[in-house]
Design a protein around this ligand. Structure first.
Ligand code: HEC
Ligand code: HEC
Length: 191
């Protein structure tokens, strides 16, 4: 499975680098296969996110600053201009399309998760793009859990962030992370 995903990623960047595809078609066919609501990968929902956030992350993948083998490979051949076009296209999509499927949360306490969110996250993470942070409502549970852990200083190579996410995530236990991720996964972005 891992090698198949790896090849998909390579395929993705090469096609675009040959300029055989407009950016919209490239993203729809080469990126959204993983970044969809119902798939086997752990790729986050990303339609309609703020352009600054998307550019920050896509450049970080391209330049091997945010560590993720598949995404590093998928982005490494793009020029600055191409990265900006890709971010702009994804940002222009509807945020309503970023609704992941609701997972089962057998070990999570949603009420506790809501409390944690309202105490420590709400200020920056809004349900729409008016916040200074990306929208994390309606996101995949496992991605949310991985992402929060990846900011923590105990992670082998903490994920870089513009606003020092580490100081907002270091105090969370694994159970806290499960609870807040489950709460967020169940939130509806659009009616
Ligand atoms: C084979 C599956 C796969 C393909 C193909 C793929 N991605 Fe990803 N992508 C992922 C995974 C998995 C992550 C989560 C990385 C992590 O956990 O840090 C990710 C993360 C991202 C993120 C970060 C989003 C966030 O919320 O932090 C962006 C943006 C992104 N990908 C854009 C793209 C673009 C643009 C393409 C096409 C050029 C693409 N991806 C192709 C699997 C894929
Ligand atoms: C001071 C503002 C701020 C606070 C408070 C905050 N965050 Fe963040 N968070 C951000 C920013 C900004 C990013 C995007 C990375 C960056 O640009 O630094 C982010 C990224 C994330 C991501 C990754 C999203 C993605 O799509 O990759 C998750 C998950 C997350 N935060 C969860 C949380 C949780 C859970 C809390 C509360 C315990 C929290 N954040 C508190 C600002 C904040």
């Amino acid at each position: 499975m891992r090698s198949l995903i790896f090849i998909l990623g390579l395929f993705c960047s090469n096609l675009y680098a040959q300029e055989s595809m407009p950016v919209a078609e490239m993203v729809e066919t080469q990126c959204m296969s993983c970044h969809s609501a119902d798939n086997y990968t752990n790729a986050p929902m990303m339609s309609g996110q703020e352009i600054e956030f998307l550019e920050f992350e896509l450049f970080n993948f391209r330049d091997y600053v945010r560590d993720h083998e598949i995404m590093n490979q998928a982005m490494e051949d793009f020029t600055d201009q191409e990265v900006k076009e890709i971010a702009s296209y994804i940002s222009g999509l509807s945020l309503c399309d970023s609704q992941a499927l609701v997972d089962k949360h057998p070990d999570a306490n949603i009420k506790r998760g809501q409390k944690i969110f309202n105490n420590s996250c709400f200020e920056c993470h809004k349900k729409d793009t008016s916040g200074i942070a990306p929208v994390i409502h309606g996101q995949k549970t496992t991605y949310l859990e991985d992402a929060v852990k990846s900011f923590q200083s105990t992670w082998y190579k903490p994920r870089p962030s513009r606003l020092n996410m580490r100081s907002h995530t270091d105090m969370l236990s694994n159970q806290d992370i499960k609870d807040v991720a489950a709460y967020l996964n169940e939130q509806k972005l659009c009616d």
